[in-house]
Design a protein around this ligand. Sequence first.
Ligand SMILES: Nc1nc2c(c(=O)[nH]1)N=C([C@H](O)[C@H](O)COP(=O)(O)OP(=O)(O)OP(=O)(O)O)CN2
Ligand code: ZN
Length: 140
Amino acid sequence: MYGLKTEASFDSAHFLTDYYGKCENLHGHRWRAVVHLAVDDLQAEGTMKGMVLDFGVFKRAVRELAEALDHTFLVEEGSLAPATLAALEAEGFSLFIVPFRTTAENLARYFGDCLVEQGLPVSQVEMYETPNNCAVYRPQ
Ligand SMILES: Nc1nc2c(c(=O)[nH]1)N=C([C@H](O)[C@H](O)COP(=O)(O)OP(=O)(O)OP(=O)(O)O)CN2
Ligand SMILES: [Zn+2]
C-alpha cells in the first residue's frame, strides 16, 4: 500500500440544529481537513509514473473544496426561515447551504465524497473542528 496525505483549512461559521448547549448558537471554527489517499500500485507510466498522484493535483483538489467554504456561513438546509436566509443574503453574507447537519463527521464525509467523485483514491478524511478534536471518515 502506498499513501499520500495533504491538508487544507478554512474558517466558517455554523451552528448545530437541535443541539442543547453552546453549539446551538452561531459560532465559528478554523476547520482543518486532512485527506489521505491509498493505492496498492503506483502509476506505471506517464508524468505520474512512480506516484500515487501528483501532489500538485492532490493539494489543488483539497484546497478548492476548502476555499469554497472559507469565510462562509455553513447552513443546514431547512434550519433557518426563508426570511432569515433572505435577510442574510441581502446583507451580503456568503452562505454555503448543505443538506446535512454541520458536524465534523458530515463535513469529513462531504470532503471524502467530493474527492472520490473526482476519481481520487481517498482512504480517510480527518476533519478537525478544534486543534484537539477531529472526526474521521473512510469511504467504503
Ligand atoms: N461528534 C461531534 N460532537 C460535536 C460536534 C461535532 O461536529 N461532532 N460539534 C460541536 C460544536 O460544533 C462545537 O463548536 C464544538 O464544541 P466544543 O467541543 O465544546 O469546542 P470548543 O471550541 O468550545 O472547545 P473547548 O474545549 O470547550 O474550548 C459539539 N460536539
Ligand atoms: Zn461548532
